[in-house]
Ligand binder design. Structure first.
Ligand SMILES: Cc1cc2nc3c(=O)[nH]c(=O)nc-3n(C[C@H](O)[C@H](O)[C@H](O)COP(=O)(O)O)c2cc1C
Length: 396
């Protein structure tokens, strides 16, 4: 079976010049032995390589390449079985190019008899600089507010339940933009079994009314630019007619503006009873409350839900965020989400950011709001300390 792998990577600055001829020589030799064909571009900072051949040979070669310390951030853009080679006559040929040689490369690409439109467009994309992520780097700022200590909240609970709070940070403003309130039992875990055991109406009632505690605990500490984010089953505000009034009333009792509340709903729940959901959600929005689509990209309707109900916020699921720095497909997807969200004025939040390289990559893709262990873990009955250092280190 023939296989093709396409990846990009960044040159290790310590090896920048010296390594090019070595790589070229080793590659030419090894590739001809294993009948690996393909092409390698270098723009002074980034490598772009296409490897094709019999599956096992490609895999072995790529395994060695990706562990080569002369480059880093090796990011796969394409990895799949192919019917025929795109570079059958480029046995082990390599094209090395400096930025000044772009015109030459373009001419080369146009004249190459590439069978695959896909590969041609991926190459053009690299050449036109779209893979050069530095261009879109979101500037990370120093924090303007002091979040360096834990704030303990009052001990109010809703029966056996209370809330943990996790901040969502705005890397450009340098502050916490909102706190997500997460339902927890006395063992500080999400009471999934308890909620599942409730009949639907009771579940919705519990879901809605417990938010009274979620809002009132954090309210005294919210600055005017900050919001509290709550998770709500759409059923809670579809089936309970007084839900919107209840929520607005809680905001007013706690001297908060409606704009300081974000309701997070998941795609899967939205599509279950879409028309009724939309009508109720629109009613809340006309009062100023924001609606966020939670766990976006976790595997549900995605684009069609968005087309019918563009939310105020999109929270990218942890699955899309995990290891994104090494995954070109995730990068392309997130980049597309950022692009349409920017056009539609939707705020994008990356959830579950745990790693500095993930943060750096997401910032490169234009995201400025983040939630995850890298900054703060959820804090039971408290507002946690935020680890801002991760911004500065990754901004260099
Ligand atoms: C950007 C880049 C591209 C490379 N491309 C190839 C290649 O196409 N074929 C290859 O055999 N080695 C390639 N190498 C070199 C390998 O990483 C490795 O050093 C080489 O295969 C020698 O491995 P060996 O010492 O185990 O024989 C590349 C290295 C870099 C940094």
């Amino acid at each position: 079976m023939l296989r093709q792998i396409i990846y990009t990577s960044k040159v290790n600055p310590k090896n920048e010049k010296a390594c090019l001829s070595e790589i070229s020589q080793a590659s030419a030799h090894n590739n001809s032995l294993r009948n690996i064909t393909g092409i390698l571009f270098f723009d002074g900072k980034h490598f772009f390589q296409i490897l094709e051949g019999f599956s096992q040979d490609v895999e072995k070669t790529f395994d060695r390449i990706k562990n080569d310390i002369r480059h880093y951030e090796v990011t796969i853009i394409f990895d799949a079985a192919i019917r025929s080679r795109d570079f059958p006559d480029w046995n082990s040929s390599m094209v090395m190019t400096e930025v000044s040689e772009w015109e030459y490369v373009k001419t080369f690409c146009n004249s190459a008899e590439l069978k695959s439109r896909k590969v041609t467009s991926i190459i053009n994309s690299f050449i036109s600089g779209r893979w050069n992520s530095e261009k879109r780097f979101t500037k990370l700022s120093r924090p303007v507010t002091n979040h360096s200590k834990v704030v303990n909240l009052n001990e109010r609970s809703y029966g056996n339940f209370s809330f943990a709070y996790q901040p969502i940070v705005d890397s450009v403003q340098g502050n916490v933009s909102s706190y997500e309130a997460l339902l927890r039992d006395r063992d500080k875990v999400f009471p999934a079994k308890y909620i599942e055991s409730l009949p639907a109406q009771q579940k919705y009632h519990f879901d809605l009314h417990s938010k009274e505690v979620a809002i009132s605990k954090v309210a005294p500490y919210l600055e005017s630019h900050q919001a509290v984010s709550i998770n709500l089953l759409p059923g809670a505000f579809i089936d309970i007619d007084s839900a919107a009034d209840f929520i607005l009333n809680q905001m007013s009792i706690n001297s908060l503006e409606p704009e300081q509340l974000i309701i997070e709903v998941t795609e899967s729940e939205i599509i279950r009873d879409f028309q009724r959901f939309k009508a109720k959600a629109d009613a809340l929005r006309t009062k100023g409350i924001l609606i966020a689509m939670d766990d976006f990209g976790a595997g549900y309707a995605g684009l069609s839900t968005l087309a019918n109900f563009p939310p105020d916020k999109i929270k990218l699921d942890r699955n899309l965020v995990f290891n994104i720095q090494n995954d070109g497909v995730k990068q392309a997807l997130v980049s597309a989400v950022v692009e349409f969200s920017t056009k539609l004025g939707i705020i994008v939040v990356a959830e579950g950011v745990e790693d500095k390289e993930e943060l750096r990559c997401l910032a490169n893709l234009g995201i400025q709001r983040f939630q995850g262990y890298l900054f703060a873990k959820p804090c039971y009955d408290c507002l946690p300390f935020v680890t801002w250092e991760s911004f500065f280190e990754s901004a260099v």
